[in-house]
Design a protein around this ligand. Structure first.
Ligand SMILES: NC(=O)c1ccc[n+]([C@@H]2O[C@H](COP(=O)([O-])OP(=O)(O)OC[C@H]3O[C@@H](n4cnc5c(N)ncnc54)[C@H](O)[C@@H]3O)[C@@H](O)[C@H]2O)c1
Length: 318
């Protein structure tokens, strides 16, 4: 298949691109190497496949409709996997309008190109953050969503709704995959596992928000990629599907796991819970199991072990 991946140089995108190339797909990446974290990391993410004969790299901003159109015309994709986004929920609190543009207008631009170019399936990388303060656990796709608490989550929910518009109104098949707390090698440097490993290896104190009882349903990157790849096999008119680990890890256990992997003890700086942070994420993955055969394989501690191995090998210059 010819598959266009927006955000293909990022953490999740670069793993996906490698997997798709291994499966002999033609892959076109659209990424603007956004400077929210260092573009050099993203270039390194793609280094192993940069010269692959089946890879096109379009350095373009999804907010630049003309550049996006050129990428679509060159790639002629049958499928689109849309991952490009500003993805840091905390920064979104400071720059809500900029996030709204990329998550909203940017997504519309990609949907519009998909529609104009007769794309057969559009997969959107959505987020567990859309569940907001949902009190019911685990979070299921049909739970009402009205308690979103961050601009990032609102932007992701808006993107899903635009997906629904294009599915219903223009007949573009759309699958929204709600990723839950993805971790593993190449993780974004702003995310929790990365941050704690870096601080602990420098013998610096770690921020410890609240009483440590907040929980995150960490999902290993390879499991997420399995779910995305499986989603390519079935085209739904419109579907929302959780991709999560289904085993939430409490903050205090997350820190303990990293301490044990590194063989050090962290000094904790206790801070109040952060604005915009939800108390928990916890995926009901029964729909993903049923529709995609999704079955996460990598336990949290093993994912941390693989991350630390990668970090020590490739990033110790941080
Ligand atoms: N990492 C997670 O735990 C997680 C959880 C839920 C959802 N998601 C979603 O998955 C997707 C990928 O996340 P990630 O963690 O790999 O983030 P990432 O920041 O590593 O990747 C995003 C990529 O999008 C690119 N990008 C940003 N703005 C762009 C623009 N205007 N035009 C073109 N490219 C642009 C960036 O350069 C980057 O390479 C995002 O949509 C994110 O919201 C991630």
């Amino acid at each position: 298949m010819r598959i266009l991946v927006t955000g293909g140089a990022g953490f999740i995108g670069s793993h996906l691109v490698e997997r798709l190339l291994r499966a002999d797909h033609d892959v076109a990446v659209v990424d603007n190497f956004d400077p929210f974290y260092e573009p050099r990391r993203k270039r390194r993410n793609l280094a192993a496949v940069r010269d692959h004969a089946r890879l096109q790299l379009h350095e373009a901003d999804i907010l630049d409709a003309a550049a996006l159109q050129r990428a679509f015309q060159a790639a002629k994709p049958e499928r689109v996997i849309h991952l490009a986004a500003r993805a840091n929920a905390r920064l979104a609190l400071r720059e809500p309008a900029a996030y709204a543009r990329v998550l909203g207008e940017g997504t519309i631009n990609v949907l519009e190109q998909a529609r104009e170019n007769g794309v057969e399936q559009f997969i959107l990388g959505s987020s567990s953050s859309v569940y907001g303060l949902n009190a019911k656990v685990p979070f299921a796709e049909d739970d009402p969503i009205g308690t979103t608490i961050s601009p990032y989550a609102a932007g992701k929910r808006a993107a899903e709704l635009y997906g629904h518009v294009y599915a219903h109104t223009y007949g573009l098949p759309v699958t929204c995959l709600r990723f839950f707390n993805v971790h593993g090698p190449r993780q974004r440097p702003d995310l929790a596992v990365y941050t704690f490993v870096r601080l602990l290896l420098r013998n610096e104190p770690v921020p410890f928000y609240g009483d440590g009882s907040s929980g995150r349903d960490y999902t290993y990157i390879d499991d997420i990629i399995d779910g995305v790849e499986a989603a390519l096999h079935t085209v739904f008119p419109f579907k929302i599907i959780n991709l999560g680990g289904n085993h939430p890890v409490l903050l205090r256990d997350m820190v303990a796991t990293i301490e044990s992997e590194l063989g050090v003890t962290a000094e904790r700086i206790v801070l109040p819970p952060q604005a915009g942070d939800v108390p928990r994420t916890f995926a009901d993955i029964s729909r993903a199991e049923r529709l995609l055969g999704f079955a996460p394989q990598v336990p949290f501690a093993e994912g941390v072990r693989r991350f630390v191995e990668w970090y020590k090998r490739e990033v110790l210059d941080d």
